[in-house]
Write a protein that binds this ligand. Structure first.
Ligand SMILES: Nc1ncnc2c1ncn2[C@@H]1O[C@H](COP(=O)(O)OP(=O)(O)O)[C@@H](O)[C@H]1O
Ligand SMILES: [Mg+2]
Length: 333
């Protein structure tokens, strides 16, 4: 939730709930899985916001809602203050573009790089053949690809180059917001930093706003002004990215901040040191949902489902911080 004195958001989620009906087997009754439970996030014009959480916390679900490819079960998504549902899929795609984790899966293997990057221009009927070709050349330059890749197919490129192609395609129609869902997770460690630097440069050059999704708080801190931390479908901490990394308040944010990448662990996921009790959205604990894994839990945590509250002394606007934990001192209401 953004305090009233912050600049208006270009893209915003308000109290968003997303539920899916799931069946475990042929004879079991369908159950409701709540992937997002009252999530608020605000992306200001030209800003970069990080969204961090473990696998299964609901990050990609929020990404799909912000892209308008799925509708929320409750709450609303607003673009420039207008509900996304009223804009239409095509209009939303014109303004909000995705960059996915696996560039290979999202690039048509039969198309040349020039065709892939130019496709959004053709779909949205922007310019003629000649101006589109010029725009593709400009985009390749912008993402640091040599012009000779224009006639290549995706399989001829490296993973990092393919992600550059996906980014060029996302930028082709000059969207207002990029939704980057773990854009470096599938890449070699050596190229991850290059792609993050590219995103930072493009943001400066084009003024595009970004939501950067990652399971790594450090990655997000590098690029984003603010960060929201998602745990089992709820934002548990929100604030300036640097402050949250340096001085996390919610115990889960603290675990993320302390986590180190497990070298050679195979998963590439941070070791949170929180034990093996994997969170399950079909079995959300009563009281505070983080309680079973929380090193700071006290008996009261079983009886209270903590709301996101302003952290005491966090100030207004740019320094505003909030956390959903009864053990974190909140600003008196
Ligand atoms: N289409 C779907 N149907 C049923 N469950 C889903 C669907 N999409 C996501 N989920 C569930 O919602 C939860 C959040 O998933 P997701 O948003 O992919 O998390 P993340 O991207 O953080 O790993 C998971 O438990 C996942 O299994
Ligand atoms: Mg995901």
């Amino acid at each position: 939730m953004s305090p009233p004195d912050r600049p208006p958001a270009v893209l915003e989620a308000r109290g968003v709930v997303k539920q899916y009906g799931v069946t475990a087997g042929l004879f079991s009754a369908p159950r409701t899985l709540t992937a997002l439970d009252g999530v608020g996030i605000s992306i200001e014009k030209g800003s970069a916001v990080g969204l961090v959480g473990e696998s299964g916390s609901g990050k990609s679900t929020l990404a799909r809602l912000l892209l308008g490819v799925e509708a929320p079960s409750g709450g609303e998504i607003l673009f420039d203050g207008a509900p996304l549902g009223t804009l239409g899929r095509r209009a939303v795609a014109r303004r909000v573009q995705p960059v996915f984790q696996d560039p290979f899966g999202s690039l048509n293997p039969a198309h040349s790089i020039a065709e892939i990057v130019g496709l959004p221009l053709a779909v949205h009927r922007i310019g003629d053949r000649h101006s589109r070709r010029a725009r593709v050349a400009e985009l390749l330059d912008q993402v640091g690809l040599p012009q000779r890749v224009a006639s290549a197919r995706p399989r001829e490129l490296s993973g990092g180059q393919r992600q550059r192609v996906a980014i060029a395609r996302a930028l082709a129609i000059r969207p207002d917001v990029l939704i980057c869902d773990e854009p470096t997770s599938a890449l070699d460690v050596s190229v991850q930093a290059q792609i993050l630097n590219l995103l930072a440069d493009l943001r400066r050059e084009t003024g595009v706003a970004m939501l950067l999704i990652s399971h790594d708080l450090a990655v997000v801190q590098h690029l984003c002004e603010r960060v929201a931390i998602l745990y089992l479908g709820r934002i548990v901490e929100e604030g300036p990215a640097g402050a949250v990394l340096k001085d996390p308040r919610h115990p889960y944010a603290l675990a993320l901040a302390r986590s180190v990448l497990t070298v050679g662990g195979g998963t590439g996921l941070p070791d949170l040191g929180l034990g093996t009790q994997w969170p399950n959205p079909l079995d959300i604990p009563s009281g505070c949902r983080f309680r079973p894994r929380c090193p700071r839990a006290i008996p009261e945590c079983a009886g209270t489902d903590p709301a996101l509250r302003t952290v005491a002394g966090s100030g207004a606007s740019g320094t505003h911080r909030s956390a959903a934990c009864i053990r974190v001192e909140a600003e008196p209401a």
